[in-house]
Design a protein around this ligand. Structure first.
Ligand code: FDA
Length: 405
């Protein structure tokens, strides 16, 4: 049995940042991971270039049953701090769009940076360590005993950073949620988020042979349940980005963003031609031709050609009257799609839900019920938008715990 101060479970973004902060304080830290290498999700993130933060990250960019919970950690570790670390390691990066920072070369740069900061802080990393049990003991300063395939570790603090359920084939597990329940902590029901949506059979027949076609839309989803607890009122969130037709439904950044808020049975509302009002005006003019060809020509000015043709074929104005044309125009801006599901954890970028924020201290991520037990990163019920926000949460929550554990 080895005795340490802090055992971190999971060598992803959150766990490694936590270990670095704790190690810098002189704490004896070990990070355990069942995978054969550290930071596997970092390596595949951002198309291999890791969108490691978003310069504009604020609590408003996160979903949680408690929309205020993330504020303290986010304020304690701003995007400027991870940028400073990246610059210290002379990693070239660029802003792609909307404050999203990506590595110029490869996500490998970020993993190497974390590895070398761990080494500098005296942190030990043990890979291929299958965690068998986590138990408390009443004797001595080491409140926890962690048994693993790589031996036993006793420590005053255990930090759970085992991530969410997305991409199970990369080693994602429900370990963190089960551990929370073992210690009597509430877990908010999990669901795939930042995930492509699947259309009904009828809609698939109507649209999905256009797979690969994309266009800029505004996707609006209703904010439901927990996310509105602070105000009690229902409201919609809107994302103006690309939408992509897939062979089973819809994807692209606008849809992924909306998917995090989507609940089964509800609709996503799409403005197919944002800012372009009066699309059918040419047909309303005196002596104008009013038929499918004229409607397609008008739509082609604002939509990809194949989508314009399909739209008119699928939803032709009834009778081509003025009222029907106005209705057709309205339909372009308020297309209500009711997905039948999502592509699930296999395709989801993140997991919404997780260890309830009611169970944790916002400044340190420590359990209110079990002193010395911390939860950080994606395993917590805090889920970021697409665009570097999830890594910012991993760094910020990791740093918060690392400064306290
Ligand atoms: P993470 O999942 O990174 O780490 C958990 C660690 O725990 C893993 O190393 C795992 O092996 C280990 N583990 C799990 N169960 C265990 C067990 N039972 N025993 C031992 N170890 C265990 N975000 C973003 O901000 N920008 C981006 O560009 C992207 N891109 C992106 C692409 C793709 C394809 C995906 C799937 C996700 C993203 N994300 C993203 C999301 C981001 O990757 C994610 O939110 C963070 O990696 C979460 O960090 P954590 O450290 O919490 O978990």
């Amino acid at each position: 049995m080895q005795t340490l101060d802090v055992v971190v479970l999971g060598a992803g973004a959150a766990g490694l940042m936590c270990a670095i902060e704790a190690g810098r304080r002189g704490r004896r830290v070990v990070v355990l991971d069942h995978a054969e290498r550290i930071g596997k999700k970092i390596l595949i993130s951002g198309g291999g270039r890791c969108n490691f933060t978003n310069m504009n990250a604020r609590a408003e960019n996160f979903l949680s049953s408690n929309p205020h919970f993330a504020k303290s950690a986010l304020a304690g570790f701003a995007p400027a701090e991870i940028i400073a670390l990246v610059e210290k390691h002379v990693i070239p990066y660029h802003e792609k769009t909307l404050g999203q920072l990506f590595c110029d070369r490869s996500a490998q740069d970020i993993v190497k940076m974390l590895e070398s900061e761990c080494a500098a802080a005296g942190v030990r990393i043990v890979t291929r360590a299958v965690i068998e049990s986590v138990k408390t003991q009443s004797r001595g300063a080491a409140r926890f005993v962690v048994e693993t395939s790589a031996g036993g570790f006793a420590a005053a603090s255990v930090v759970v950073a085992t991530g969410g359920l997305s991409i199970p084939k990369m080693g994602a597990t429900d370990f963190g949620y089960r551990l929370a329940e073992q210690f009597g902590l509430r877990v908010v029901a999990c669901r795939p988020a930042l995930v492509p949506l699947v259309l009904s059979e009828d809609d698939r027949v109507r649209w999905c042979d256009l797979s690969g076609v994309s266009t800029e839309v505004v996707a609006a989803a209703e904010v439901t349940a927990g996310a509105t607890r602070a105000t009690g009122a229902k409201r919609a969130v809107r994302f103006r980005e690309k939408m992509l037709v897939t062979h089973r439904g819809l994807s692209g950044p606008a849809i992924l963003q909306a998917s995090s808020y989507w609940m089964p049975g509800t609709a996503i509302e799409l403005d197919m031609t944002p800012d372009r009002v009066g699309v059918v005006r040419p047909l309303l003019e005196k002596n104008a031709r009013r038929d499918a060809g004229a409607a397609v020509a008008a739509l082609r000015a604002v939509l990809p050609g194949r989508l314009a043709e399909r739209w008119v074929a699928a939803m032709p104005p009834k009778g081509w009257t003025n009222a029907a044309l106005e209705e057709f125009e309205r339909g372009l801006h308020t297309w209500r799609v009711v997905p039948v599901g999502t592509e699930g954890y296999a395709k989801a970028e993140v997991t919404a839900g997780g260890v309830s924020t009611d169970e944790l201290h916002a400044a340190t991520m420590e359990s209110r019920k079990v002193p010395g037990l911390y939860f950080i990163g994606e395993v917590v019920d805090v889920t970021g938008w697409l665009g570097g926000y999830n890594f910012q949460w991993a760094w910020a929550s990791g740093a918060a715990a690392g400064r306290a554990a």
